[in-house]
Design a protein around this ligand. Sequence first.
Ligand code: 8YV
Length: 370
Amino acid sequence: MRHPGAAVHRHEHHLVSLSDIAVLFFKAAFNFIRQFIYLDTLMSKPKILVARAVFPEIIERLSQHFEVESNQADVLWSKAELIAHLQGKQGVFTTGGERIDAELLAACPDLKICANMAVGYNNFDIDAMTAAGVLGTNAPDVLTETTADFGFALMMATARRMTESEHYLRAGKWTKWSFDMFAGSDIHGSTLGILGMGRIGQGIAKRGAHGFGMKVIYHNRSRLDATLEADCKARYVSKEELLKTADHVVLVLPYSAASHHTIGASELALMKPTATLVNIARGGIVDDAALAQALKNKVIAAAGLDVFEGEPKVHPDLLDVPNVVLTPHIASSTMPTRLAMASLAAANLVAFLGGQPALTPLNPAALERK
Ligand code: 8YV
């Protein structure tokens, strides 16, 4: 006779084994998933945002190192939209237009680096970035010569009234030669005054001194050392002397609260009535309304502007005066230079988020904060 418990016992034994196997199976599956998630985290690329459209090859290069969200449609995002797109991003590729300030930084806690495709970085609140432990980088050097070329070209176009005369010709107004038609002022042999003698200022000085026999005077926060002054054949003067004596004044200083309206009505009044003024630095360094008034009243002869207060808007009074050459912030815009600027911004992201030092850091003190 079969013992009744025997089958039960066998059956129970069988049940226990099955549940053991099930537990083991689930444990193994759980560990596998956990391991997978861990590895995935280890292997996943950092996320970055490219805030404006850039060269496709730059996006391609960045994609080898990062999970890239790029704004190739070149939508102009509001601050709230920029913040939304920055969520989860460790790096951002910016151009000069995206404002990085305390409010944005507080809303984007993953952010570690902002790489500007510009030498100027007045779109960065550097103190706020340092306090938040976020590194900023810019793109110096690669645009120096291109921008100096443009500054010089704008000065020549302004002095020789090139766009004003072209508009006249296009309007069909050129019916005869006349002795003083669009008579401008000379570049060669004249006095070039440079306000802001950084790398681009020095490039313009060299072009003027060595290429056009100009007498170069400059004013800067700090005086250049003797070797650089000799290279540029430039003489250090006060801002007032520069404004009073220069035939052509070129502005190449960085924008800050301290340089806001460096040139306003009273500075324009110091300049010669035959003088020209060129701004390739930043909007806001010149009081555009005061300049338009000075141009209208012939306080100075002419101006050349590549940058504007509140650009891309241009003060309407400037559009109404004929003696001003206006260009849409293109001083650095040649294909090789813009590519070099973008490459440098990308290289900063790759180096820094890859654990290496950034190439052109602005606030290394930020690294001590995070
Ligand atoms: C940029 C410039 O094109 O580098 C700068 O500071 O002003 C220009 O070369 C502009 O800032 C947009 O990035």
